[in-house]
Design a protein around this ligand. Structure first.
Ligand code: 2AM
Length: 179
């Protein structure tokens, strides 16, 4: 578990408004009972932009200061389908189109991480909200998903905490026009 002086497990993310969170949670409630897997707690729903992993207080300060200087352009992201990642065995809501301002934001955040000495995974950015984990096999049938407009008004630095009750994500910093 992180604290102010020790290491913390951090990631940059899009953190949803209450309406987007409720719409995603509603989909999970109506479809997940028919699916094998573990539901993501509605309070934890998000889109990871850059995963930093466990970092020191010094590194956390570095990425926070650097992120504060980034330009940010509000835009909209359209989540429009349900898909499955084989290796991590997760079912997610994805976006067929990555808006240019979002791609730019991810590239800048990757540069922030590298400038602070954080090694990050160099794989293509696939915007997604994980809805279920431990889904052992790809669901056979395509699943309906009512397209959801996600107003991207800011981004966040989030801490992943392991509590006795499970993993909990907590927003530590926010940038952009959403407060
Ligand atoms: P996800 O975005 O596919 O759900 C916190 O662990 C978040 O960071 C999760 O949402 C997780 O997956 C994402 N993440 C990305 N890379 C990760 C990694 N190497 N280890 C753990 N989580 C990672």
């Amino acid at each position: 578990m992180g604290n102010d002086t020790g290491n913390a497990r951090l990631f940059f993310a899009l953190w949803p408004h209450a309406e987007v969170r409720a719409a995603l949670a509603a989909w999970v409630h109506s479809h997940a009972p028919a699916l094998p897997g573990v539901w993501v707690d509605p309070e934890n729903l998000h889109i990871t932009l850059v995963y930093l992993g466990s970092v020191s207080a010094e590194t956390r300060h570095c990425v926070t200061m650097a992120a504060t200087k980034l330009p940010f352009e509000p835009h909209r992201l359209r989540l429009d389908h349900i898909d499955y990642f084989v290796k991590p065995q997760v079912l997610y809501a994805g976006a067929s189109v990555v808006p240019v301002p979002l791609m730019e934001l991810v590239q800048r955040l990757r540069a922030v991480a590298l400038s602070c000495g954080v090694q990050i995974e160099d794989r293509p950015f696939v915007p997604h909200t994980t809805l279920l984990r431990k889904v052992r096999t790809r669901p056979h049938d395509a699943m309906a998903f009512p397209a959801l407009n996600w107003p991207v008004e800011g981004f966040a630095l989030v801490e992943s905490q392991s509590l006795p009750t499970g993993v909990r994500y907590r927003v530590r910093e926010r940038w952009g026009t959403s407060r």
